[in-house]
Design a protein around this ligand. Structure first.
Ligand SMILES: Nc1ncnc2c1ncn2[C@@H]1O[C@H](COP(=O)(O)OP(=O)(O)O)[C@@H](O)[C@H]1O
Ligand SMILES: [Mg+2]
Length: 401
C-alpha cells in the first residue's frame, strides 16, 4: 500500500527539494502541501486519509510543537515527523514529548527520508488497526469491578485531584485501584507523596498473563487504602501502552478490584482512549471558563468521531466552581450540549494546597469539598448512598484527635 504524506511547510525551497526526493521513492506519495499550521489542521479535521505529516520546525502561526500536539489530539493515529535544521538530543526529547513520531534534518538523505517516513507510517497503521480491534472486542467475561475514567477537558482542570480524592473516598468502603493513564504527564506520585519505580509499562510485556503476583509487584499500596498503578516515569514509554495492552491490563484490574478509577489526563493516547471506551462512567473535568468549555466540546467530538464514546455518555464535571464564577452549571450545559453531573466541585484552593504540600491529600480540611467528592462517588455509583453521613463522622473523628 502506498504511504500518503502531507508536507506542512511555508518554505517553498524546502517543499520543492522534498517533493523531488519523494518523486524518486516508490511506495510513497505526497498528497498535499500545506503552508501554515491552520491549513495542516484543516486536512487533519477533514478526515482526509493520510499516514504521515512532515511538520517544518518553522511553520506558523502555531509553533511546530504545538501543531504536532494538536495533530495527536485530533487524530490519535496521525504520525507527525518534525523537520528541523538542527537535530540534537534536546530537539528529539521535545519532539517526542509533543508526540512526534520522529525527527528529520531539513536536508535528509534519500535513505533517511524513506526510513523515517516508512517507520512513522507503520506506526500509524498499527495504531489504526489496534484502535479498530479495541472497538470490536470486549473484556473477557467474569467478575468486573466498576470502572470510572476521569479526563481533563484540558490540563489543569482538576482531573487528577478528583481521581485521587475519589479513590481515597472509595477506599474506606471498597477495594479500589487508581490507575495513572495520563501516560506522558502523569503526576499522581506528587499528589500522593509516593515514590515507586514500577509502572504500567512493566505490565505491558506480560499483559496477557497478569497474575496476582505480577500485579502485586507493579502496584503501589497507599497507606490510605487505594492501590496505585503509576504512569511510566519516562514519557516516551507511553507508546508501549497500546490499546490492546491497556484493555488487558484494565480487564485484569477489574477482575480483582471492586472499583477501578483511571486518571486519563487531557492528552489522549491509545491507553487513555481505551479507558474512555470501556469505562462504566466517563467524567470530564471542566473549569468554569470558556477555553475549558471549548476544549471539552472538542474532546467530546474527538471521542465521538473515533467511536470511543458517544457524547450522551460523557458526564461533564464542573470543578473549581465559585459562587461568583460567571459560568454556572446551567450556562455550561447550554454551551456544551453534553450531560453534566449533578455534583459540582467547589473551588477549595487553600485546603487543597495545604493538603498537597503536607503530603496529606487524604485529609482535605474542607467539608464542602469532601461532601462534593462523596456526592460524586454516589452519583457515579462507586460509593454507597449513605456515605454523606460518614463524611461528617470522619470530620468529627479528626477534630477529636
Ligand atoms: N476544586 C479545586 N479548587 C481549587 N484548586 C483546585 C481544585 N481542584 C484542583 N485544583 C488545583 O488545580 C491544579 C491542577 O489540578 P490537577 O488535578 O492537577 O489538574 P489536571 O489533572 O486536570 O491537570 C492543582 O494545583 C490543584 O491543586
Ligand atoms: Mg493531571
Amino acid at each position: 500500500m502506498t504511504v500518503q504524506v502531507v508536507i506542512g511547510s511555508g518554505d517553498q525551497e524546502l517543499v520543492t527539494a522534498l517533493s523531488a526526493q519523494f518523486a524518486e521513492l516508490t511506495g510513497i506519495e505526497v498528497i498535499g502541501v500545506e503552508t501554515t499550521s491552520a491549513e495542516v489542521l484543516g486536512v487533519v479535521n477533514a478526515e482526509q486519509d493520510f499516514d504521515v505529516v512532515l511538520v517544518d520546525d518553522e511553520i506558523g502561526p502555531l509553533s511546530a510543537h504545538e501543531l504536532v500536539r494538536e495533530i495527536g489530539m485530533r487524530r490519535p493515529h496521525g504520525a507527525a515527523v518534525l523537520l528541523s535544521a538542527k537535530v540534537d538530543e534536546d530537539l528529539l526529547t521535545r519532539a517526542l514529548e509533543a508526540g512526534a513520531k520522529g525527527v528529520l534534518a531539513r536536508q535528509p538523505s534519500l535513505e533517511e527520508l524513506r526510513a523515517r517516513v516508512v517507520a512513522a507510517a507503520e506506526w500509524s497503521r498499527g495504531m489504526r488497526r489496534r484502535l479498530g480491534t479495541a472497538m470490536a472486542d470486549d473484556f473477557p467475561d467474569g467478575r468486573r469491578g466498576r470502572m470510572v475514567a476521569v479526563c481533563g477537558a484540558k490540563g489543569g482542570t482538576g482531573a487528577t485531584t478528583v481521581a485521587v480524592q475519589l479513590a481515597l473516598a472509595v477506599a474506606a468502603h471498597k477495594s479500589v485501584c487508581l490507575v495513572d493513564m495520563d501516560l506522558q504527564t502523569g503526576d499522581i506520585p506528587s499528589y500522593l507523596d509516593l515514590v515507586h519505580r514500577r509502572s504500567i509499562a512493566d505490565l505491558v510485556g506480560v499483559a496477557t498473563e497478569i497474575t496476582g503476583t505480577v500485579l502485586g509487584d507493579a502496584l503501589f499500596i497507599h497507606e490510605s487504602g487505594p492501590h496505585v498503578l503509576l504512569a511510566p516515569a519516562e514519557g516516551e514509554r507511553a507508546e508501549d501502552v497500546t490499546a490492546l495492552a491497556a484493555r488487558q491490563i484494565l480487564g485484569a484490574l477489574r477482575a480483582r478490584y471492586e472499583v477501578v478509577i483511571v486518571d486519563c489526563g487531557a492528552f489522549m493516547t491509545e491507553g487513555s482512549m481505551t479507558a474512555v471506551e470501556y469505562a462504566d462512567r466517563v467524567i470530564m473535568t471542566v473549569t468554569p471558563d470558556l477555553p475549558a468549555l471549548r476544549a471539552a466540546k472538542r474532546m467530546a467530538q474527538l471521542w465521538a468521531r473515533l467511536k470511543a464514546r458517544k457524547e450522551e455518555e460523557i458526564y461533564v464535571l464542573l470543578t473549581r466552581l465559585g459562587r461568583r464564577s460567571e459560568i454556572q452549571p446551567d450556562f455550561a450545559a447550554r454551551i456544551l450540549n453534553l450531560p453534566l453531573t449533578k455534583t459540582t466541585i467547589p473551588s477549595s484552593f487553600r485546603a487543597l494546597e495545604k493538603a498537597i504540600n503536607n503530603g496529606t491529600l487524604a485529609r482535605v480540611e474542607d467539608d464542602g469539598y469532601r461532601r462534593a467528592i462523596a456526592a460524586l462517588g454516589i452519583e457515579v455509583g462507586v460509593l454507597p448512598v449513605d456515605t454523606g453521613g460518614e463524611v461528617r463522622a470522619g470530620r468529627r473523628a479528626k477534630v477529636d484527635t
